[in-house]
Write a protein that binds this ligand. Structure first.
Ligand code: AHR
Length: 326
């Protein structure tokens, strides 16, 4: 090849490479300063509770604040929808995938696909049950077992260790339903006069909580129930309606302890209809996107990030209500 032809081939090659780069670049979102934007795919469970709505808000607001492009998918409480969303995030070649898994099991195959695509995964709010923990980078969320223990300890103190309890469980197979039951029963173990006499799922929703508690009250054991332990506030709020419709006084005839600490629970405590709410903080956006930015920058992050939470009862509700953020 003559020197002249060699030069032409080289220039053409450089031009083609430049065009390829330019066309790849077109797909990459940029911020105002022309810097490549971080793209995160987030698969949310749904909008089953006030807690979940606050969690979604926190994530969307924090992404917007940081100029992070968020691909948000609502799974309507269905695992198959979440798996589909995770696969679509692989296709989109997002920088990080985060999700709040509706149930604990059944994630290994899709997590392996994500790992193969080289995309880091953050578990947000709920954990998964997998044999290989290299399938996710980190898990940020509450300690649900401890929340169950906190509810149990509060109840022991309040009742002096004597109670006939109806339990409204969360979504079957979900981490908070499994762990909150476990933590609560751990405390009950040492108190033989505290018994769970009814237990069923209310799927973390207000409507189901009401429906199931109505059936508890109508059952042969209905008259004996003097405590409700609900795995979240929404189900407790639904049950309060059922108790009132049955002509009883929630918070008095039936003591109620639930989990989340949403505004509606504080209002019910101020009204004397709910006795205690164990806090579960949904405002995970800021901490989650700190992790995202560290992962993208190649920095080390902890495998587990636990969220700080408290316990509130009726005596604290009035003072705390105006400062509640969700
Ligand atoms: O995973 C957190 C739980 O999910 C919340 O306690 C509940 O309200 C929500 O739906």
């Amino acid at each position: 090849m003559s020197k002249r032809i060699g030069e032409i081939v080289l220039v053409a090659g450089l031009l083609a490479a430049g065009m390829m780069l330019a066309s790849c670049d077109k797909g990459q979102p940029k911020d105002g300063a022309g810097k490549k934007k971080i793209v995160v795919g987030f698969s949310q469970i749904g909008a089953e509770s006030d807690w979940r709505k606050a969690n979604t808000e926190s994530i969307k607001a924090e992404a917007a604040k940081r100029g992070i492009e968020l691909k948000f998918a609502d799974a309507q409480q269905k695992q198959e929808n979440q798996i589909q969303a995770l696969r679509s995030f692989i296709q989109m070649k997002v920088d990080v995938i985060a999700f709040s898994p509706v149930v604990e099991t059944g994630w290994e195959p899709v997590l392996r696909e994500i790992k193969k695509a080289g995309i880091p995964v953050i578990l947000s709010d709920r954990a998964v049950d997998v044999s290989d923990d290299s399938l996710f980078k980190t898990f940020i969320g509450a300690d649900f077992v401890e929340e169950g223990r906190r509810a149990g300890r509060w109840l022991v103190k309040k009742t002096g260790g004597k109670a006939k309890i109806a339990e409204l469980q969360g979504t079957p197979g979900s981490a908070p339903a499994i762990d909150r039951k476990k933590g609560f029963e751990e405390i009950l173990k040492d108190h033989p006069d505290m018994k769970i006499i009814k237990s069923q799922t209310g799927d973390f929703t207000r409507a189901k909580g009401k429906e199931v508690f109505e059936s508890f009250l109508k059952s042969p054991e209905g008259k004996e129930i003097n405590v409700l332990y609900a795995h979240n506030d929404d189900m407790a709020l639904g049950a309060i309606q059922a108790i009132e419709e049955a002509g009883k006084k929630p918070g008095k005839d039936i003591l109620i302890v639930s989990i989340d600490g949403v505004r509606g629970a504080f209002e019910a405590m101020v009204a004397g209809k709910l006795n205690c709410s164990v806090e579960c903080n949904p405002l995970l956006g800021p901490q989650m996107f700190d992790l995202v930015e560290k992962i993208v920058a190649g920095q080390e992050i902890p495998k587990r990030v636990v969220v700080e939470e408290g316990v509130f009862d009726e005596s604290q509700a009035k003072e705390a209500l105006p400062t509640r953020k969700y």
